[in-house]
Design a protein around this ligand. Structure first.
Ligand code: G1P
Length: 293
């Protein structure tokens, strides 16, 4: 079936990153490096690999360096070219978007994820879009958003990525209730943001990747504060669920929550071990460190 194409993605980057202070005092948390690339680069690349043509960053104060990161660094590229550093030059050029493929808009107050998404409404316009939360890195053979795009091409509507988490972590996430379907794709019949463990409708959490229809913006504009006193995206996806098809995909891949120190450190290890140029040496170093314990 032919669906309206998903051309644009929102990446919200307005969060303060207090969990990583003092590293994030003058540097956005999205610029923390996993091996040798900022976290935000992995998420941007996942969006591009899924066919996204334009990324809208919803930023805040002190996030200007993200805009610089995705701009051309003219002097740097000239110097690398002059010194024949072709490999690194190729990496730098491949990492940046082409002119006009990004927009930046500010979330002026920290009112929650729902509000951050709503801030991008004019730039997205009346078309379905993807949303990627940059705290979450998902490592697998095929990008998580690409897997969701396949589901979207077949079924249309709204699609969210879900995964199982142990009961003691359930209260940190949006949790879905599932209806028809079978693993890995179900219809979503309910969802709740950060429920108490005993009130969670399942152990499937929303992982931070979404394909949403533009009707969400109307619902968000009527949104009021929910869990944690913030305008929650989950609270506006619930009524959307009653208007349009809404599916949950249990994607293939490993998740690293780079909003937490343990997740961030684990991401560094996992991505380093996987690198052709570093993996072998790093494995030896890890073995040495672990045998010292
Ligand atoms: C947000 C969403 C939540 C989702 C989570 C994934 O929560 O509101 O539904 O499960 O991201 O990381 P936050 O991490 O911003 O509290």
């Amino acid at each position: 079936m032919s669906q309206r194409p998903i051309r644009k993605a929102i990446i919200p980057v307005a969060g303060l990153g207090t969990r990583f202070l003092p590293a994030t005092k003058s540097m956005p948390k999205e610029m923390l490096t996993v091996v040798d690339r900022p976290v935000i680069q992995y998420v941007f690349d996942e969006a591009r690999a899924a066919g996204i043509e334009h990324v809208v960053f919803v930023t805040g104060r002190n996030k200007g360096v993200i805009e610089d990161h995705f701009d051309i660094a003219y002097e740097l590229e000239e110097t690398l070219a002059r010194r024949n550093k072709t490999d690194i030059l190729r990496t730098v050029v491949a990492a940046r978007p082409r002119p006009g493929e990004t927009s930046f808009t500010r979330q002026q107050e920290p009112l929650g994820l729902g509000h951050a998404v709503w801030c991008a409404r004019d730039i997205i316009g009346n078309e379905p879009f993807a949303l990627l939360l940059p705290d979450v890195l998902i490592k697998g053979k095929t990008g998580c958003l690409s897997q969701m795009m396949d589901v979207y091409s077949e079924h249309g509507g709204n699609v969210i990525a879900v995964e199982e988490v142990p009961p003691e972590r359930i209260d940190q996430y949006g949790v879905v209730e599932i209806g028809d379907g079978s693993d890995p794709l179900w219809t979503v019949t309910g969802m709740v943001e950060k429920p108490k463990r005993e009130e969670a409708p399942s152990n499937l959490i929303i992982t931070g990747r979404y394909i949403l229809q533009p009707k969400i913006f109307d619902l968000l504009s009527r949104g009021s504060a929910g869990a944690g006193g913030e305008i929650q995206l989950t609270d506006s996806m619930r009524p959307l669920m009653n208007l349009e098809p809404f599916r949950a995909l249990r994607f293939e891949g490993s998740t690293y929550d780079c909003g937490s120190k343990i997740g961030f450190l684990a991401a560094n290890v996992a991505y380093a071990l996987d690198r052709d140029d570093l993996g072998g040496d790093f494995r030896g170093e890890m073995k040495r460190l672990l045998s010292d314990l």
